[in-house]
Design a protein. Structure first.
Length: 255
């Protein structure tokens, strides 16, 4: 008889065909299907659970081009669908603020998906994110105008501040949304910057859509003395932490 050893390998069932004697029709079909010879060959049978993990449909609840670029860079296929709604926060702590806002943004998109006709929500994962800059406990969001941008940068130059990004995963399971939320914090230090240099940067309009009035990946990067933590978190999405968190949940975003 053919000896077949089964072993769980990374969520898959591996069948090792050890001998060719007495192979029955079932295993003949199996070998033919995978084009294997019947001696010391390995047949990988993808379990139903693993198939489902590869079929996750990722929806990014953000219009940020920086977050789109970061997800694409690490090999995640996704759909972009930002949605708006009334955001409310119940805390003044930066970590809790970004977690609350990321959860709300993800839910706005989830509700919008539910309203779409013929939308199949099975295996959908919605990613919501929000980023703020904090200096001495004060939260700095996007500047209201150029004057606000100048004031923020004048405050941050020559000092160290924190960048917080909250991320929420809404996972569709059995007809309901299951939330998983986390945040990442990075310390950023700037060299001293003159008033003229600040005004020149603000006149470029680059700061106007960014928390803290700067983009570390742009011209303002010339004044960055150092960072402690995840660089991508400062850009807008801690993708390494995101991949890690989804792996803990049994998902492979890049599958």
């Amino acid at each position: 008889m053919t000896a077949v050893h089964r072993e769980q390998v990374s969520g898959c069932t591996a069948c090792f065909v050890l001998s060719s004697s007495g192979i029955n029709d079932k295993y003949k079909m199996l070998l033919q299907r995978f084009r294997l010879r019947p001696f010391t060959e390995t047949v990988i049978l993808i379990t139903q659970e693993r198939e489902e993990l590869h079929m996750k449909k990722i929806v990014l609840a953000s219009a940020s081009p920086r977050r789109r670029e970061l997800l694409s860079q690490v090999g995640v296929a996704f759909e972009v669908k930002p949605a708006s709604g009334e955001e409310r926060i119940t805390s003044a702590e930066p970590a809790k603020v970004v977690e609350e806002l990321s959860r709300q943004k993800a839910m706005f998109t989830a509700y919008a998906l539910e309203e779409e006709e013929n939308r199949d929500l099975r295996d959908v994962v919605v990613i919501g994110a929000d980023t703020v800059v904090s200096y001495e406990g004060k939260i700095l969001g996007k500047p209201a105008d150029e004057t606000a941008a100048i004031e923020m940068l004048a405050m941050l130059q020559g000092n160290t501040h924190q960048v917080y990004t909250g991320v929420t995963l809404l996972i569709r399971e059995k007809g309901r949304w299951k939330a998983h939320t986390f945040h990442e914090c990075t310390d950023v230090s700037f060299y001293p910057v003159t008033e003229e240099e600040i005004k020149e940067y603000v006149n470029s309009k680059d700061p106007m859509d960014k928390a803290g009035s700067y983009g570390i990946q742009g011209a303002w990067g010339a004044y960055v003395k150092g960072i402690r933590g995840d660089y991508n978190n400062v850009v807008g999405l801690p993708v390494a932490r995101l991949i890690y968190e989804t792996k803990k949940l049994g998902m492979n975003l890049r599958g």
